[in-house]
Write a new protein. Structure first.
Length: 353
């Protein structure tokens, strides 16, 4: 039996693509082990998927000054020696890394023992952790055609692995959860696993007008519920949805979202007309802005700038996208970047030989 180590952590975007690969890897006869940080969110997700889990020490690599910059390199070094021990004991045939700072010592340790490493880069341009790890990788899978220019001969355009269950949602289940009717279109708003304060404010300011034509299911993030809106007809808010996410996708006629790479790949794979509100360059390295621009250029999405967008802009854009939804669906149907799981597992099988 072939053995594989999956690694990735820190955010849901660095974990869920790994989870998406598991059914196909098992069907292909792989024994799977997961390496993440001691107590990161990846631990629960991996164990829920039935995977043996190994935690290692992890430090963050920052581009800005922090006192932790002096201690975290030692955590990374400790993680490297822990990863070496795991790899020496488990003897994997291949390592697949989805990114996040915990993966750097794993990739370096695998390279030390000459284990083939496949990295997946979701964003348009590689993040800092992947920039370091790519040097030790055998192949680098990527989402956006534009990313190949940063990866050289290691680049393989696969798209993103999408969880199989997302295609199996039940619309009625979600309508019942929200208390919605079946004869009025639904907007789903999501700001990612942590929610998005600016998106929440923008949507709630436009709510009176939006509810004239739509119902709104709002995934607003932990601690971000608005008590004053509880009981508003046609509006349902939730801090976070996990198991029922597939049902909410099935229910949605239009999605308003941040532009994290994995989120927008799921949206396009499900052919959902959407409005993207990327995290601004003030609060990020600008990767979401690049992701959103690429999707808009391909005809998949409409983009709003959170720094200047008003409630009137949002209302106008919602109506525009909904009225032209067939054009957005057609553009997404023509896309070739939706077979991520199959392409990546075939590459894994090839390198594991």
């Amino acid at each position: 039996m072939k053995k594989i180590i999956l690694t990735g952590g820190g955010t849901a975007g660095h974990v869920t693509p790994n989870i998406a690969l598991i059914p196909k890897l098992r069907e292909s006869g792989f024994d799977i082990q997961y390496i993440g940080s001691y107590n990161g969110m990846e631990k629960e997700l991996a164990e829920d998927a039935g995977l043996p889990y190994c935690g290692i020490s992890s430090g963050k690599l920052r581009r800005y000054f922090s006192w932790k910059n002096f201690s975290d390199p030692f955590r990374v070094i400790k993680g490297y020696f822990e990863a070496k021990k795991i790899i020496r004991t488990y003897q994997p045939d291949v390592v697949f890394s989805k990114g996040g700072f915990v993966t750097v010592p794993v990739v370096f340790a695998a390279h030390k023992y000459k284990v083939p490493v496949i990295i997946h880069e979701s964003d348009m341009t590689p993040g800092l952790a992947n920039k370091l790890a790519i040097k030790k990788a055998t192949k680098v899978c990527h989402n956006f055609p534009e990313t190949a220019q940063y990866l050289g001969s290691k680049a393989v355009h696969t798209g993103s692995p999408i969880r199989r269950e997302l295609f199996e949602g039940n619309k009625i289940t979600a309508l019942n959860m929200c208390g919605f009717t079946a004869n009025k279109p639904v907007i789903m708003v999501t700001g990612g696993s942590l929610g998005a304060e600016n998106v929440n404010k923008l949507v709630r300011s436009a709510l009176p007008e939006l509810l004239k034509k739509f119902q709104v299911a709002h995934l607003c993030g932990n601690g971000k519920l608005d008590k004053s809106l509880v009981g508003t007809k046609g509006y349902a808010q939730f801090e976070y949805i996990r198991d029922e996410m597939k049902d909410f996708f099935a229910m949605a006629d239009l999605i308003i979202s941040r532009a994290g790479a994995n989120s927008i790949c799921e949206i396009s794979a499900l052919k959902k007309p959407n409005i993207l509100i990327p995290l601004s360059a003030k609060a990020s390295r600008g990767d979401q802005i690049l992701n959103a621009k690429s999707y808009e250029k391909q005809g998949f999405s409409k983009v709003l700038d959170e720094d200047v967008a008003t409630s009137e802009d949002l209302i106008h854009t919602v109506n525009e996208v909904y009225d032209n939804r067939a054009d957005y669906i057609h553009a997404m149907e023509k896309s070739s970047g939706t077979g991520g799981v199959e392409k990546i597992v075939e590459l894994i099988k090839e390198l594991a030989k």
